[in-house]
Design a protein around this ligand. Sequence first.
Ligand SMILES: Nc1nc2c(ncn2[C@@H]2O[C@H](COP(=O)(O)OP(=O)(O)O)[C@@H](O)[C@H]2O)c(=O)[nH]1
Ligand SMILES: [Mg+2]
Ligand SMILES: [Zn+2]
Length: 354
Amino acid sequence: MLHTYGWNDERAREFAAGNHTDLAPARVSREDRGRYQLLTAAGERTGEVSGRLRHEARSRLDFPAVGDWVAVRAETDGPCIVERVLSRKSVFLREAAGEATEEQVVAANVDTVFLVSGLDDDFNPRRVERYVTATYESGATPVIVLNKADLAADPEAFVAEIETAAPGIDVVIVSAREGTGVDALARWLAPGRTVALLGSSGVGKSTLANALLGEERQATGGVRESDSKGRHTTTSRELLPLPGGAVLLDTPGMRSLKLWADEDTLSAVFPDVEGFAAQCRFRDCGHEAEPGCAVLAADADGRLAAGRLESWRKLQRELRWLARKQDVRLQREEQGRWKAVTKEYRKKKKDREW
Ligand SMILES: Nc1nc2c(ncn2[C@@H]2O[C@H](COP(=O)(O)OP(=O)(O)O)[C@@H](O)[C@H]2O)c(=O)[nH]1
Ligand SMILES: [Mg+2]
Ligand SMILES: [Zn+2]
């Protein structure tokens, strides 16, 4: 049961290492104002967080979110009690509603994000770039999916444009409506993997989801989600097993993501790494091989969960890459502006001379 929802050897090891003898693993499939829907080995259950988890939470980021693996106490009657949230491989954040400064997790443990664009009039490489950024920021891997290939005379021409905006990222051309090219996505859909779809309204996310699911589960073509509820969905679950063994995470929260990377997010997502970093001997420690590095020490003796340092490094690399890229773009824009100003000046001068 849990395997159809992304449970794998790595998680099993992590759970065993946690010594949760009287707890069971579960995955959060939906959250609604503190009420959770959980997938457990025994089936679907409701859940709520324990008093201790609530008490120890430093912010909303410490509460479970869709996609989280959690350790629960199964009550004989009433909801399961969520005692712990296991380490997150990735997190997508948004500003909490009503509170400008507080962030909350909208999705956790997504491995791959299909960034969907339509090869029609709405095609916009800048927007794709922002989604790439948000995906890297989360710790997941982006894959660019160019949909509606049937509408483009020359789909390959778009690939070149995308490759300048997002160098080094895999690009796949599909027609979700006709089902062509969709097989090429199987690379990222192995058992135990979790994928999500991102992209503007109308690009074909629901159509692609249906193609992946092999059934018409989601309403397409601008049918409002609220209208379509109940009609198209047998359950409100937001984790959907795909035929090939992967899981599709489909939560409405992904529509209100925070776009753009910043340093603050890095510490919000990695409070554990940052906590140890504060104890390094050198203030500018890069946690590579420096003497007195508390992060490396914590990684070595397991105080830092497996994979956390690696994920932190990956995100740092992406942030640096983005900062460099943005610098180059600003320089270019600046040059362009001066060229325009100079040209205008020359023209005026010429007009006067004539
Ligand atoms: N021509 C064409 N239309 C598509 C394709 N995929 C989706 N559409 C259409 O685009 C519209 C929006 O699709 P939908 O899946 O609802 O987009 P979403 O808002 O991203 O979920 C619908 O009318 C779909 O039939 C495609 O591959 N080719
Ligand atoms: Mg849709
Ligand atoms: Zn260090």
